[in-house]
Design a protein around this ligand. Structure first.
Ligand code: SF4
Ligand code: SF4
Length: 92
């Protein structure tokens, strides 16, 4: 049986290619996301804009890191590495 600590240690953003950055991210607070990365629907709801391949438009493709880290949305701040949603995305 693999120890839980071993499984947790294997979960790292460095080996993941930013899978969670392909999810829809709603903007529910103002964290200073640059307007060019914001998409607004017909009802006024704001989400992070996404590129044709599905990744967030703010993802730096050369590093696969967030290019607006200091201003990233609340949902991104609360997405926990190794948490249930993270594990689900990595398995998908
Ligand atoms: S939080 Fe999880 S899903 Fe997102 S990049 Fe890190 S390891 Fe991957
Ligand atoms: S804002 Fe940054 S952390 Fe959030 S989905 Fe986009 S690239 Fe990922």
């Amino acid at each position: 049986m693999i120890a839980l600590q071993t499984i947790e240690a294997a979960v790292s953003c460095n080996t993941c290619a930013a899978k969670c950055c392909r999810l829809e991210v709603m903007l529910i607070t103002d964290t200073g996301v640059p307007l060019r990365f914001i998409q607004t629907d017909d009802w006024g709801s704001e989400t992070m804009a996404r590129s044709d391949d599905g990744w967030c438009a703010a993802l730096d493709r050369s590093t696969m890191g967030c290019s607006i880290y200091e201003n990233r949305p609340l949902i991104c701040r609360e997405f926990e590495m190794g948490g249930p949603d993270c594990i689900e995305e990595r398995a998908a």
